[in-house]
Design a protein around this ligand. Structure first.
Ligand SMILES: Cc1cc2nc3c(=O)[nH]c(=O)nc-3n(C[C@H](O)[C@H](O)[C@H](O)COP(=O)(O)O)c2cc1C
Ligand SMILES: CCCCC(=O)C(=O)O
Length: 359
């Protein structure tokens, strides 16, 4: 892990209520996938290419829903006001200042309108995406989508890896089920039928996704895809992009490491839509490996929460700066001029030698 990120994590651990630290840090079940997401990156290496570099590198990536000045976006995570009193407002400012996208969760502790306003107060062109779980009551989903549109969000991210809540052992041990007094999921107020809670439903289907897509003209990303066949279905159902993710090891503890699921999804999608990866990205080298395996960008979840807890917007800014700086350095070391120079032939599995057929 990048040493700066490790320091921020330790600072976060020191300042956070241990119950809230464990909510952020923990995973499902035995936390096998939680560990594997990071370990899988350490099993991969990048072959440098020589004599083809450039003094300054262009890290920009264009995605449906916004331009990123570095190929790292802020993955949606719940309850930022547990980490810092400003919550998602601070995260939004930092993401906008870094020139990247905040995917703001439906389970935010600041209403989406205020999140977008915070981002735009820093950069009038900032893009904020809205993440939601498709609700079994489609009137609720439609209302959430309309709120995101009215707020000025430029894409929707539909999370589909949560037919039921993941069982997080650390939360169960602490008895952590509810937000403390004074904090609430602000997007979940005044919804049809008086609904207040986010519902996870195993009955949500591709039909729900089709109907959701008909209610909006925003680009729609599908988050939580691991099976290549689902990636193909996603394209057939008209998504603008796919996020390969096991929810940071918080849903099925039998899932593969995110980066291990990436190449097959990239192959299945075959360039028709961009693929983003999240899970276990802890340094610029991980960003480079994911891009070399075909991701257009990566998402980071927990490191942003550590930065937020450690130092509010400045801490989140530090996380994004560290990742940008380290990614740029690794790109230079690989003889890359821009992210497109990171190709799959550069990726090697440690301990298995290098194929003479590379490239
Ligand atoms: C505390 C926490 C809360 C999360 N909440 C959500 C959420 O509300 N919606 C969602 O789609 N993903 C959620 N995620 C998953 C992240 O979007 C992302 O997939 C994951 O954190 C990436 O792994 P990383 O933390 O190793 O970077 C959450 C993750 C964490 C750690
Ligand atoms: C309804 C909140 C869901 C948060 C979440 O997705 C997580 O903690 O992983």
């Amino acid at each position: 892990m990048n040493t700066g990120l490790a320091e921020l994590r330790e600072k976060a651990r020191a300042v956070l209520d241990p119950v809230h630290y464990d909510y952020y840090a923990g995973g499902v079940g035995d936390e096998v996938v939680l560990g594997e997401n990071e370990a899988a990156f350490r099993r991969l290496a990048l072959l440098p290419r020589v004599l083809r570099g450039r003094a300054t590198r262009d890290l920009t990536v264009d995605l449906p829903g916004g331009r990123l000045r570095l190929p790292v976006l802020v993955a949606p995570t719940a309850f930022h006001r547990l980490a810092h009193p400003e919550g998602e407002v601070a995260t939004a400012r930092a993401a906008a200042a870094a020139g990247t996208v905040l995917v703001s969760g439906v389970a935010s502790t600041v209403a989406i309108g205020d999140v977008v306003a915070a981002a735009r107060s820093v950069d009038a062109t900032a893009s904020v995406w809205f993440q939601l779980y498709p609700q079994p009551d489609e009137a609720v989903t439609a209302c959430l989508v309309e709120r995101a549109e009215r707020a000025g969000c430029t894409a929707l991210v539909v999370t589909v890896d949560s037919p039921v809540f993941g069982r997080h052992r650390r939360d169960a041990e602490h008895g952590f089920h509810d937000l403390p007094a004074g904090l609430a999921t602000e997007n979940m107020r005044d919804l049809p039928g008086g609904v207040r809670d986010i519902v996870m439903s195993p009955e949500v289907s591709w039909d729900h996704l089709d109907r959701l897509r008909e209610t909006t003209s925003l680009p729609l990303w599908l988050k939580g895809v691991l099976h290549p066949r689902d990636a193909v279905l996603a394209v057939e159902h008209g998504v603008a992009g796919v996020v390969v993710s096991n929810h940071g090891g918080r849903q099925s503890d039998l899932a593969p490491a995110a980066v291990e699921a990436l190449p097959a999804v990239v192959d299945a999608v075959a360039g028709r839509v961009p693929v983003v990866l999240d899970g276990g990205v802890r340094g610029g080298g991980d960003v480079a490996v994911a891009l070399a395996l075909g991701a257009a960008a990566v998402g980071v979840g927990r490191p942003v929460l550590w930065g937020l807890a450690a130092d509010g917007a400045a801490g989140v800014g530090r996380v994004l700066d560290l990742l940008r700086d380290e990614f740029d350095h690794v790109l230079a070391l690989c003889g890359g001029r821009d992210p497109a120079d990171l190709t799959r032939d550069l990726v090697v599995t440690r301990g298995r030698g290098v194929s003479a057929r590379c490239g």
